[in-house]
Design a protein around this ligand. Structure first.
Ligand SMILES: [Mg+2]
Length: 407
């Protein structure tokens, strides 16, 4: 079998005005805006072969940029045998050496192509991708969604979810206390502090220690993702469960978080961590350190979500999958079939390959406009009044009582 052609499908992943998971107030969104000032994109890739088998993949990590990277990489894949996935992964990795080897943009491009290669291999052999990864550890994948209010959390509980995540750096401890009070002890609660340097390590230690009584599923990115020294300091001073890894890619990018035991849960993004090939390896590295994997799904589209289902089906330390459930009804229309959600779980697909394809006509109806988040505004409510124009470093150093526990 030979690769004959690779096509890209870039779309604006639209959504009405919703609260983002990062925010507390009611306002227009940062990353889902339909305006040109900021938007979320999904990039799908399709690999065609001379035997008529096609493979689908998805790249996140800055899709508008990655589309060009995929077209560059296509030049070295056409004519190759798509079943030699590891060899082609290494070929792509070396090809981007001049652009850096560990970033999420280059890895995001490799990710979609790698995913499509696994899809082709599964279809060629007539087996689902999880079967190629060693077989099933589990038949269904536990999922969590997002909630920042008691009303939203209780709605998830009623729909069968057993876990959810809240977010935002303003007053996180009181928010978690309110949510824990609302849902009781049976639901798992995580909080995402979102990484950028809003919090110093000392601030983050305060927050993490104050969150300990609430039995957190995890506290995510309490300091900037590259502030490994900050993670070490939090580790020394708090027993809270820590999670990170969404902004790193490949085994090389995730290595230190895992090997130094800086997290309890590693969160590579299935759309940009380097593909199924890397997700399986990252999971094995984490397993060796008794660390669970919970793939990130922040901007992840529906094809990458399918890939995550296959990975989580096959790894023993698969914890739970992030699910952006209520973002946009177009999510369900973008792919065929849409995964069935029941009792806070999604069944592992059994069709050959990934078991999913995109609806190309639907995707074409949403051309890409822009692909960056809007800087926050005063209306976001994410920062203390009067500070939103300040740099991130300054915002949380002003009116500190808004951000940190007072008890
Ligand atoms: Mg996050």
């Amino acid at each position: 079998m030979k690769i004959t052609e690779i096509r890209t499908y870039l779309m604006h992943a639209g959504a009405p005005s919703l609260k983002t998971w990062a925010a507390d107030g009611s306002f227009g969104t940062q990353s889902y805006s339909k305006n040109l000032t900021g938007s979320r994109n999904w990039l799908f890739v399709k690999i065609f072969t001379d035997e008529g088998i096609t493979g689908i993949g998805e790249c996140s990590g800055w899709p508008r940029v990655i589309e060009t990277a995929v077209k560059d990489l296509s030049r070295i894949l056409v004519g190759e045998d798509p079943t030699h996935i590891e060899r082609l992964w290494q070929k792509m990795h070396i090809a981007i050496m001049g652009h850096g080897l560990t970033g999420t943009v280059g890895a995001g491009a490799i990710t979609g192509l790698d995913m499509a290669l696994w899809d082709i291999k599964g279809k060629a052999l007539g087996v689902p991708v999880w079967n190629l990864l060693g077989g099933k550890v589990r038949d269904r994948i536990r999922i969590y969604a997002h909630a920042n209010t008691a009303e939203a959390a209780l709605s998830l509980k009623e729909r069968g979810f057993t876990a959810f995540k809240c977010g935002g750096v303003s007053d996180p401890v009181r928010k978690v206390a309110m949510l824990r009070e609302a849902v009781g002890d049976e639901m798992d609660i995580a909080i995402d502090l979102h990484g950028p340097p809003w919090l110093t390590p000392a601030d983050a230690v305060q927050v993490c220690r104050a969150l300990e009584p609430y039995r957190m599923m995890w506290v995510e990115d309490p300091v900037a993702p590259d502030n490994l020294e900050g993670f070490r300091r939090i580790r020394q001073h708090s027993s809270v469960t820590l999670a990170a890894g969404e902004r790193q890619a490949t085994i090389f990018g995730e290595r230190e978080l895992i090997e130094d035991g800086l997290v309890d849960v590693i969160q590579p993004d299935t759309g940009r961590a380097g593909g199924i090939t890397q997700m399986k390896k990252i999971a094995a590295m984490a397993e060796a350190h008794h660390i669970m994997m919970a793939p990130h799904s922040g901007s992840l589209g529906p094809v990458a979500e399918y890939a995550a289902l296959h990975v989580l089906a096959a790894i023993p330390n698969g914890y739970i999958l992030e699910r952006i459930e209520d973002d946009w009804d177009g999510r369900a229309k973008t792919i065929v079939p849409h995964p069935v959600q029941q009792d806070g779980h999604i069944a592992v697909p059994d069709a050959p390959g990934l078991g999913v394809d995109i609806d190309e006509e639907f995707v074409a109806r949403f051309p890409s406009e822009a692909n960056v988040s809007i800087p926050v505004t005063e209306a976001s409510g994410s920062y203390a009044p009067g500070t939103y124009k300040e740099h991130l470093y300054v915002q949380t150093r002003t009116r500190r009582g808004v951000y940190f526990p007072k008890d």
